[in-house]
Design a protein around this ligand. Structure first.
Ligand SMILES: Nc1ncnc2c1ncn2[C@@H]1O[C@H](COP(=O)(O)OP(=O)(O)OP(=O)(O)O)[C@@H](O)[C@H]1O
Ligand SMILES: [Mg+2]
Length: 261
């Protein structure tokens, strides 16, 4: 699995009297097999634009995106998206929400149920299959969204601030759950966040983006998610000198950007 973004720029055309926006400029990024790539950066630096390109919702103004050598020219089952707001269907229960994409693909009811139950179990939602999603907590709803995104067995899971709406404790638990799922399923991940701590804890690769035009300003390789999966605790990792050093480095990059803006 290799997703290759080569010299990609996006210019949103002028509209309603507003000038054109150079949302992304000359982005080069490769997401390899099992990579957990995190994009971090101030509001407006083009993170969602980059995710929408990978998802195939948007075409680049120049440059190319390929997945295993084939151009990305629209959405496909090899990439699925988890949004900040869960985007579930409130009139359906957990099972039917998770199985919804499979239904659209024409998979038989029996197979849908078996596949959906597997991912409901993986996300710790067993016992809630028949619950209406509006009756669940925000953290559980987000887990339903992740289970649904996994049912099509994507090569890459794309997540746009999936934990941004959760309270601090639920968010930390969800970070750990996503890492376990990443480890179990061996998917590649592209994950957007505003939280420096979350980015450092979860990613194997971090891109720090800068605005106007949106670009990748810094890149880091990170060890912490693999160390977590090897048995270190999240709290110990986040309090370790290595973690704090790189956190301060990333924060100073972000603050320098803010001051230049
Ligand atoms: N459809 C659009 N038309 C015109 N401009 C757009 C459009 N979508 C985004 N933009 C602009 O492009 C820039 C990048 O937007 P984008 O949503 O990718 O940023 P972001 O990093 O995801 O921000 P946030 O952290 O607030 O979600 C911003 O200046 C935004 O206003
Ligand atoms: Mg965004």
């Amino acid at each position: 699995m290799a997703l290759v973004i080569d010299d990609v720029s996006v210019i949103y055309p002028a509209a309603n009297g507003r000038p054109p926006v150079e949302a992304l400029s000359k982005i080069d990024l490769t997401i390899g097999p099992g990579d957990f790539v995190v994009a971090l950066g101030a509001s407006g630096c083009g993170k969602s634009t980059l995710l929408n390109l990978i998802a195939g919702f948007l075409a680049p103004s120049s440059g190319s995106l390929t997945l295993d050598g084939s151009p990305i020219d629209g959405p496909g089952a090899d990439r699925s998206v988890v949004f900040q707001k869960h985007a579930l269907l409130p009139w359906l229960n957990v099972l039917d929400n998770v199985a919804f994409g499979l239904k659209l693909q024409g998979i038989s009811q029996q197979n849908r149920k078996a596949i959906a139950e597997k991912f409901i179990g993986l996300l710790g939602l067993s016992g809630f299959e028949q619950s209406p999603v509006y009756a669940l907590s925000g953290g559980m709803q987000q887990r339903v969204g992740i289970a649904r995104a996994l049912t099509c067995e994507p090569k890459v899971l794309l997540m746009d601030e999936p934990l941004g709406a959760l309270d601090a404790l639920t968010r930390e638990k969800a970070q750990e759950l996503i890492l376990k799922i990443w480890d179990d399923t061996r998917k590649s991940m592209f994950f957007i966040t505003h939280s420096v701590e979350e980015a450092l804890f979860m990613g194997t690769h971090l891109v720090v983006m800068s605005p106007r035009p949106g670009r990748i300003a810094h890149r880091f390789d990170l060890p912490f998610s693999r160390r977590y999966l090897a048995g270190e605790t999240a709290r110990a990792l986040k309090a370790s000198p290595d973690f704090i050093r790189i956190r301060e480095e990333v924060l100073s990059i972000i603050f320098a950007d803010e001051e230049a803006a």
